[in-house]
Design a protein around this ligand. Structure first.
Ligand SMILES: C[S@@+](CC[C@H](N)C(=O)[O-])C[C@H]1O[C@@H](n2cnc3c(N)ncnc32)[C@H](O)[C@@H]1O
Length: 350
């Protein structure tokens, strides 16, 4: 449905939006490009805000799905609000809210996600609240689950009110509370950067185990390389810095201790190219394009773009344009939870 058409309009509806800290303004700018945002309220500085639109729920969700904003990590309709009393009435009101929405949850696997602002007078922990609401869901013939839910009941305890809403993981853009994807740190983990590729694997629906030959540019200390090796790929790692010693004897690893500008590979050597160089975006693009012939047609590229400048949306547009003018097609651009001052691109070589 065209978000500009009168069809799909309704009274103002509120949505709770979450971005990585410091990037809320960019998420808002992207949302404003999609539809008319009537009102904005900051909930947590630089990170969480509500917007009001006159789009029907379905039209709004369609608009978001059609052009998912890069910086919007999570979105939740505010279907109901509860004024926080700071006592047990809050739990009673939430229970009542869930009972009154029985048709939404009945017969479904339901996950309850609870988040809060630091200053909220809401008294109960997430697990206390979840315990109470899981019991109510049980009464409604809904199965409370932690993973693979059909529907998520998402509750945010703000300053004065509980903002509650529901949707599928696809509609909320994540199956994690607020889109904050948490991975267990492994004892032998080489770098936190590994989480970025793990998250990209989930967010983009990648099957890394299906790739045979991967090129990792800017590989050190080796978090991404280690994940690719774990998934069964042969990996060619390029970095002037040292790889972690635990990787060095791996039989499926070739390591070039060099700048990416100094290496060359035969055409069509790789079916996967990953690049996490933390480098000036345009220089990174140049290095990737210089190596693109080594990636076969139909191959995949996962690239992080460091947002070094004050105009990230412009930088992103410029990088994508350069890559698409060459032989890449963008499949998705997203600021993942584990991206700091960067975003991740998922591309196909055409
Ligand atoms: C953020 S770290 C990569 C972390 C890695 N993905 C991991 O999982 O451990 C960035 C790396 O890019 C490398 N780098 C920067 N410029 C480079 C270049 N021109 N060629 C190759 N590597 C480069 C740096 O030496 C650094 O090791």
């Amino acid at each position: 449905m065209d978000p500009g058409s009168p069809e799909g309009r309704c009274r103002l509806m509120r949505w709770l939006c979450t971005a990585n800290r410091g990037f809320a303004n960019y998420a808002l700018e992207e949302l404003r490009r999609l539809f008319d945002v009537k009102a904005v309220k900051q909930i947590a500085a630089g990170e969480i805000f509500t917007i009001e639109t006159d789009l029907e729920r379905e039209a709004m969700l369609e608009a978001i799905q059609a052009k998912e904003p890069i910086f919007l990590r999570h979105i939740q309709p505010v279907d109901r609000t509860v004024t926080i009393e700071g006592n047990a009435d809050d739990l009673n009101h939430l229970s009542e809210l869930v009972r009154n929405a029985k048709p939404v949850f009945s017969g479904k696997r339901t996950a309850v996600h609870i988040r809060r602002s630091a200053s909220s007078p809401y008294h109960y922990t997430a697990s206390d609240t979840k315990g109470v609401l899981d019991a109510v869901l049980d009464e409604l013939d809904s199965e409370p689950v932690m993973q693979n839910p059909d529907i998520i009941l998402s509750i945010y305890a703000a300053g004065e009110e509980l903002l509650a809403g529901w949707g599928t993981p696809g509609e909320l853009l994540s199956d994690w509370p607020g889109g904050a994807v948490r991975f267990q740190r492994e004892e032998e983990q080489i770098s936190r950067a590994k989480f970025k590729l793990l998250e990209a694997e989930r967010a983009f629906g990648l099957h890394l185990e299906d790739y045979k030959e991967a090129l990792d540019i800017g590989a050190a200390p080796g978090g991404w390389t280690s994940l690719l090796l774990e998934r069964g790929c042969a990996v060619t790692a390029v970095d002037p810095a040292d790889l972690h010693p635990s990787l060095m004897d791996h039989p499926r690893l070739a390591y070039f201790k060099k700048n990416a500008g100094e290496v060359k590979f035969r055409p069509d050597t790789f079916d996967l190219l990953v690049c996490d160089m933390s480098w000036s975006p345009m220089l990174m693009v140049k290095l990737v394009l210089d190596l693109q012939a080594s990636l076969e047609r139909g191959g995949t590229a996962i690239i992080t773009i460091k947002l070094m400048h004050r105009k990230p949306l412009q930088t992103i547009r410029d990088v994508i344009r350069k890559l698409e003018e060459s032989s890449f097609k963008l499949l998705k651009a997203k600021q993942l939870f584990h991206n700091r001052d960067e975003i991740t691109l998922y591309l196909n070589k055409i």
